[in-house]
Design a protein around this ligand. Structure first.
Ligand code: ATP
Length: 760
């Protein structure tokens, strides 16, 4: 026994939780019309994952939830739980008991659970499939669907059989693989189209990148040239500046010196202009000297005359004196001499010894006494003549000393003037000499100044050229940084070399002919023009974009390869699955056929029935069951396809009629049951639910049906919803379903007799 119980809560008329235990091979559910028996069968379909609300006799998911009755409030959710014994591991899951549950809420959300854990519908289908419980619901034959399998088209029949044979799992895999393949092929197309789309862009970018690479090369070349050029230029400018300065400074110094010398010479010459006034002074001094000399001569002459006069007068006096000397032998009285001596004694006695001035006075008095004595004793006759002569001499001597004083002054003046004259003369001579020197210097200075000016002019024009070179270097540096970036400015790290890579000496660098630099500059200009033509702007972005785009293309290429590989393996898988399905299906159908034939013959007491695989060409028209809660039945686009399906052929005993169309309602029901039983025998599901499949059977056929049920219950548990007494009699447990005035279905286990009553 695999099926243990069903628990229904809030589903359709089961407003209250109801549980049915299935401990026997055949359980029967009986009850009056409308009590909710079919709702039990639908509860099975629901929990097994039925997606069509329509086949559960509803329009929306809400219709599955108990809607309330007179005294019963409506439920917010419907849940059905099936519990299986899994000790024999009929389900591919490691639990001894398996509970499958489905819940639907009023907001249409639904949930599936396996042993209380939330799972996907897919998981439920897979689990059930492992136990031969298919989603097609072949093991649940609803009321009025007894001949469902006969009414189905060949494709539906095929599905039912596939499901019963447990091929659904392969079919699902195949469908899934086909879906995957379709998706993969769609992706392949998308990737191919993406690659096609980006291919011209890649081509364009590649060209652009090649161009950029060329410009990068050119930039590198230019950078090298810049380094050499800038370094040389800088060294040259430095050297030239120093060399100009070293030449210029001494020249400026000399120039300053010459300026000073010139000023001095000019000063000398300016002074010489005052020469005339000096000459005048000399003439003046000469004149004065002459005058003084004439004056001096006249003075000397006057002195000579006076001296002559004095000497003649002296001679006269001498003659007079000689005459007078005879009178000197005159005799004087002693008393006169004693009188003189007395006067002298008186003078001496009156004097003191220490007073020198007094002595002097005494001598003077003595002298006067003596003179007076002598005078009193002289003859008085010639004395007047001598006195006159002496007076005359005195006068002359006074006149002479006057001349002599003047002469002395004149001499002094003469000396002074002579000195002045010789000084002036000397000065003028000297001046003449220095003027000559100054003139000579002037010529020399001007000549030297001219030379210096010439040389300075030369240096200035060198300086001018150098300034221009400096400005040009500055401009070139700016241009270089814009054109090739800052790397161009790192020329200081570079030192020029010769062709062999040997570093040049500073002399070789700075003394290189300027023409060589000019030529280099021209060569650089050519590259610059080519760079500008190439349009350098945005290079990095283009390279980046090219890299990204090619990477993307490579990625897409790889993805395409992966997709093609997976498409190939999917195709292979589909092929394998198709082969497997075809083989399994055919062997399965063969097995079913033999059973079908037997059951058919048993039912009808002879005759034959078989399934045959046929292929039909028809327009594809598929109904899709939409998700719960939405109206279904929308039609798909039509397309022609070859459809492989199952045809049923029947041969009733003793009747010439052939084909399903000719069968009576009961015959259809019997045939359908025979087929269903055949299917169930080949691959027995754990349980089968038959909802009033026996309704159309007469008593004799009910008996045969009952026998077959007993036979079938050896393989699968049976749940029979029936009003048929014969059927009820086969059941081990009978559940009665009743519905009270509250519209809630209730279940109770009842006895056979009771069941017969209830069923009525
Ligand atoms: P019969 O013997 O005539 O086939 P039955 O016993 O199979 O009858 P069901 O068809 O199972 O009866 O039950 C139908 C009953 O279930 C109806 O009375 C219907 O009103 C009730 N029912 C269906 N859906 C709901 C729902 N969502 N809420 C409440 N009751 C519902």
């Amino acid at each position: 026994m695999y099926l243990k119980s069903i628990e229904i809560s809030g589903f359709k008329s089961f407003g209250k939780k109801a549980t049915l235990d299935f401990n026997v091979p055949i359980s029967s559910i009986v009850g009056p019309n409308g009590s909710g028996k079919s709702n039990v069968a639908e509860a099975f379909s629901f929990v097994l994952g039925e997606q069509s609300i329509k086949s559960l006799r509803g329009k929306r998911a809400e219709d599955l939830i108990f809607n309330g009755g007179k005294d019963a409030t409506r439920s917010n959710r419907a849940s059905v739980k099936l519990t299986f014994n899994n000790i024999q591991r009929i389900f591919n899951i490691d639990f001894d008991e398996v509970a499958i549950e489905r819940v639907v809420n009023r907001d249409s959300s639904s949930e599936y659970l396996i042993n209380g854990s939330s799972v996907r519908l897919k998981d439920i289908i897979e689990l059930l499939s492992s136990a031969h419980i298919g989603a097609s619901g072949h093991q649940i034959i609803s009321q009025g669907e007894a001949d469902k399998i006969l009414n189905s088209n060949i494709r539906e029949r095929r599905e039912i059989i596939e499901d019963a044979l447990g091929l659904k799992i392969f079919q699902n895999k195949k469908d899934e693989s086909i879906r995957k393949l379709e998706k993969t092929e769609e992706n392949i197309k998308q990737v191919e189209s993406l690659r096609r789309e980006i291919a011209p862009h890649i081509k364009f970018l590649k060209k652009a990148v090649e161009k950029i690479e060329k410009t990068v090369e050119m930039k590198e070349d230019l950078t090298k040239m810049y380094h050499d050029y800038f370094r040389r230029e800088e060294e040259y400018i430095k050297f030239e500046k120093e060399s100009i300065a070293s030449e210029k400074n001494p020249l400026i110094e000399s120039s300053h010196k010459l300026e000073k010398e010139l000023a001095e010479a000019k000063e000398v010459l300016a002074k010489s202009e005052s020469k005339d006034s000096r000459s005048d002074e000399v003439v003046k001094v000469e004149g004065k000297l002459k005058e003084v000399r004439i004056f001096k001569d006249s003075l000397m002459r006057s002195v000579g005359r006076i001296e002559g006069e004095i000497s003649s007068l002296a001679r006269l006096i001498k003659k007079q004196n000689e005459a007078n000397s005879a009178m000197s032998k005159k005799t004087v009285d002693l008393s006169q001499i004693e009188n003189v001596a007395k006067q002298i004694d008186l003078e001496i006695d009156g004097a003191s010894e220490n007073d020198f001035s007094k002595v002097k006075e005494i001598f003077a008095s003595i002298k006067k006494i003596l003179r007076d004595f002598i005078e009193r004793n002289k003859e008085n006759e010639d004395k007047q003549a001598i006195d006159d002569l002496e007076n005359e001499i005195k006068k002359l001597e006074i006149e002479k000393s006057g001349y002599e004083i003047k002469l002395k002054d004149a001499n002094n003046l003469e000396v002074e003037l002579s000195e002045q004259y010789s000084f002036l003369k000397n000065d003028i001579e000297k001046e003449k000499d220095s003027n000559r020197d100054a003139e000579k210097s002037l010529f020399r200075i001007v000549a030297e100044q001219n030379e210096i000016r010439g040389r300075l002019n030369g240096l200035e024009s060198r300086e001018f050229r150098l300034r221009h070179d400096e400005e040009e270097l500055e401009r070139e540096l700016q241009e270089a940084s814009i054109l090739v970036g800052v790397s161009a400015l790192h020329y200081k790290d570079f030192w020029p070399t010769n062709a062999e890579g040997v570093a040049l000496s500073i002399d070789q660098v700075v003394k290189e002919p300027r023409q060589v630099q000019e030529d280099k500059k021209r060569a650089m200009e050519k590259i610059k023009i080519r760079l500008e033509d190439a349009g350098v702007a945005g290079g990095d972005e283009v390279v980046k974009e090219y890299k990204e785009t090619t990477e993307r293309d490579t990625f897409l290429e790889k993805e395409l390869t992966d997709l093609i590989n997976s498409s190939v393996s999917l195709k292979n898988l589909i092929k394998e699955l198709e082969e497997k399905l075809a083989t399994e299906f055919r062997t399965g159908v063969a097995k079913i056929n033999s059973q079908f034939n037997q059951f058919f013959a048993a039912m009808f007491g002879g005759g034959s029935a078989s399934l045959s695989v046929i292929a039909e060409k028809k327009k594809k028209k598929s109904d899709t069951d939409l998700p719960e809660g939405e109206s279904d039945g929308e039609e798909m686009a039509e397309e022609e396809e070859t459809e492989e399906g199952l045809e049923i052929e029947v041969n009733l005993p003793r009747k010439k009629t052939k084909g399903l169309m000719m069968l009576s309602g009961g015959e259809r029901a019997l045939t359908s049951i025979a087929l269903l039983f055949a299917i169930s025998q080949v691959n027995p599901p754990p349980f089968i639910i038959l909802d009033e499949t026996d309704a159309a059977l007469d008593e004799a056929n009910s008996k045969k049906y009952g026998d077959m049920i007993s036979e079938l219950s050896k393989y699968s548990q049976l749940i029979l919803i029936t009003h048929n007494r014969e059927t009820m009699a086969r059941a081990g447990v009978i559940y009665g379903v009743t519905m009270g005035s509250d519209g809630v279905s209730r279940l109770l286990s009842i006895q056979f007799e009771e069941a017969v009553q209830v069923a009525k």
